[in-house]
Design a binder for this molecule. Structure first.
Ligand code: UT7
Length: 324
């Protein structure tokens, strides 16, 4: 049985940083409220000429470089995004074209903040059941484009950016790579986090609407249950996890997870302060940041988990990297 290794990670952040204090004055919010309730200090926002596709391409180039492989070796591209450049074509085909790849499928997955976990699951399953050998899995979002900048309960929470990983199929090293994963949806909760527009609804992309308190409750419960399931499926215990890289939505969610799971807070990667919530990009952005800071190293056992609109959620346990 082949295993799917993560052999390279890359990310891209726009150069435009907006601190809490620089948010529009008419929002009637404060740096203090945002930091205390969410842990967010700043966010990166796209500027003119920056799009979900251009960020995805930049992150992919770095991931390819870090994996030390040529783009021509990639035979599958999946972009997790809720904010594609256009309704169609898929952002993934723009990445494919820019990287001069002319074989294999390229498509987008939409599971909002759980999108990266979904893309990882779909990508690794496809690698296992096809003759594809290497995949590029990307999370890229220009979430700022679908925010209502007069709604303080949502617009202060999100940011833009992209992250990418290279998946490689291996018939050796069975203890490395993706050890377990799961993903779930429950459409009964679709009305607590959604956009009030879309192509078939009113031809308008709409804005993010959220019942934050409700989502918070589901987040702590579902993020813990799917993570424990993934750890169990990997025949591991919580103590075996070197680092958890959770979706970055709220520092208080991260702290609640730490308490509920008995996982020391030092073992949880936290980039919410600098990235804010970047939806499908948040996990690969946080993963890349931890690798660049030499916190996560080759051979570490890492866990990922995320929840987003749908509701959709899921987790994965991975032995990161490949044997030297
Ligand atoms: O990524 C997908 C998953 N998303 C999440 O996991 C998000 C989950 N939810 C959350 O992170 C939190 O619920 C929020 C950060 C969104 C909100 O925090 P909260 O502690 O649940 O606050 P709240 O919504 O209960 O609001 C408390 C008060 C309200 O005022 P009153 O009614 O008590 O007078 C809000 O109007 O805070 C007010 N408020 C704000 N005040 C200043 C809401 N947003 C702001 C703001 N600045 N930006």
């Amino acid at each position: 049985m082949s295993n799917i290794l993560i052999t390279g990670v890359g990310s891209y952040l726009p150069s435009n940083i907006i601190t809490n204090k620089e948010l529009p004055e008419n929002l009637n919010t404060s740096d203090e409220w945002i930091k205390k309730r969410t842990g967010i200090k700043q966010r990166y926002l796209v500027s003119e000429g920056e799009f979900t596709s251009t960020m995805a391409i930049a992150a992919s180039k770095k991931a390819l470089q870090n994996a030390n492989i040529d783009s021509k070796e990639i035979d599958l591209i999946i972009v997790a995004t809720t904010t594609p450049d256009q309704t169609f074509p898929a952002t993934a085909v723009k990445v494919q074209s820019e990287l001069n790849i002319n074989i294999g499928p390229a498509f987008d997955i939409q599971a909002v903040c759980a999108g990266f976990i979904y893309a990882l699951n779909v990508g690794s399953s496809l690698l296992k059941t096809s003759n594809f050998s290497k995949a590029l899995i990307i999370g890229s979002e220009s979430f700022s484009k679908i925010l209502d900048w007069s709604d303080r309960s949502t617009c202060v929470l999100f940011g833009d950016g992209a992250g990418a990983v290279i998946l490689e199929k291996s018939n050796k090293y069975s203890e490395w790579g993706i050890l377990s994963s799961n993903f779930y949806s429950n459409g009964k909760f679709s009305d607590i986090l959604y956009t009030d527009g879309g192509p078939s609804l009113n031809s308008n992309v709409g804005h993010v609407r959220m019942n934050g308190k409700e989502v918070f409750k589901h987040a702590v419960e579902k993020l813990s249950s799917c993570l424990l399931e993934a750890i169990n499926d990997a025949n591991l215990k919580i103590q075996d996890i070197d680092f958890l890289v959770p979706h970055q939505a709220n520092l208080r969610i991260i702290e609640s997870l730490s308490k509920k799971l008995g996982l020391p807070i030092e073992k949880i990667i936290n980039t919410i302060d600098i990235h804010a919530n970047t939806s499908a990009a948040s996990i690969p952005l946080a993963l890349n940041s931890a690798i660049e800071r030499n916190k996560i190293r080759n051979g570490d056992i890492i866990a990922l988990n995320a929840i987003g609109g749908g509701l959709s959620w899921g987790a994965s346990v991975i032995k990161y990297g490949k044997p030297d």
